[in-house]
Design a protein around this ligand. Structure first.
Ligand SMILES: [Zn+2]
Length: 302
């Protein structure tokens, strides 16, 4: 080999809660382009992971539909897709490792308990729906039944700092802004944070490219990577398609499935959201042009 290929593995990780819509296609295209643009255009690997742990939200046949839609847009993974529903034993193993290292502990608090404790501490009025866990069960359950396992943030843990390739320098004090977060509920699936960290490592993911709505999860995932002794990938959080109400476009606020009979039109809309030009001609030509444009914007050779 005459050039030094740098390892690159990226992924697109959809939840099969229905067909791809305009917003999810942006995330798919962004991660695909970044992988293809790598190594001066020589390319890296691009994988697909189906995040189907929350079975109540997944629809039957949803994964097959998403994979078909990607193929219709010529976004074809460099390997068979991974299904999170088939990887429960790996999440359990990671949870046990954390518990053995005293980095995970059982919690017996209901949402009401957490609200009451926060009020008692004078922290009752929180803007976010997600309550900061006040640490009630850090010293034990005191006879209560466990309802969840939580990650133990070290008391001297500094704020997490990372550099996002699109958003720039980022900082989150997870202890103050989130608190010890849930890794698994007794009656529910493993938490997104734990599954993503375990799977990114198992799939050898070096570069995460995903929508900006997920940027807030990054600090928690970095803490988990550190606690499990895993490397931290490079992150790029891409722009979102916004609904008319300014919120992220989702099935809840009217996103419609992409039209499989007009893949180029759908790809053009996604490309425009990413700041890439509209292309005509074949899908292959358009994708090749966007790979070049992507290299100019996001500098993936670095
Ligand atoms: Zn608790």
């Amino acid at each position: 080999m005459t050039h030094t290929a740098r390892a690159y593995t990226g992924r697109f990780a959809p939840s099969p809660t229905g067909p791809l819509h305009a917003g999810s296609l942006v995330a798919a295209l962004a991660s695909w382009l970044d992988a293809r643009a790598w190594n001066s255009g020589h390319g890296g690997r691009w994988l697909v992971r189906i995040e189907d742990l929350d079975t109540q939200r997944c629809v039957r046949g949803g994964a097959e539909l998403v994979l078909q839609q990607l193929q219709g847009c010529a976004l074809v993974p460099d390997g068979p897709p991974v299904f999170q529903s088939q990887r429960i034993a790996h999440y359990q193993d990671a949870l046990e490792r954390l518990a053995l290292a005293a980095r995970a502990y059982p919690c017996g608090c209901s949402r009401k308990d957490i609200q009451a404790e926060l009020a008692r501490q004078g922290r009752g009025h929180q803007r976010h729906a997600e309550l900061v866990y006040p640490g009630t069960c850090r010293a034990g359950l005191h006879g209560r039944a466990a309802v969840a396992m939580r990650f133990r943030i070290r008391s001297d843990e500094p704020a997490v700092l990372w550099t996002d390739r699109s958003l720039g320098a980022q900082r989150q004090d997870v202890a103050a802004e989130v608190g010890d977060f849930v890794l698994k509920r007794a009656d529910g699936p493993f938490a997104y944070q734990l599954a993503v960290v375990v799977d990114d490592h198992a799939q050898g993911v070096t570069h995460v490219v995903r929508g900006q709505d997920l940027a807030d999860n990054t600090a928690r995932q970095i803490l988990l990577q550190q606690a499990l002794g895993l490397p931290t990938p490079v992150y790029l959080h891409s722009p979102l398609v916004l609904a008319v109400d300014g919120q992220k476009l989702s099935k809840q606020n009217g996103a419609v499935a992409i039209d499989p009979t007009r893949p180029l039109q759908m790809l053009n809309a996604a490309a425009n959201t990413l700041g890439l030009p509209t292309c005509s001609g074949s899908i292959a030509d358009a994708l090749a042009a966007w790979v070049q444009a992507w290299r100019g914007i996001y500098n993936p050779a670095l």
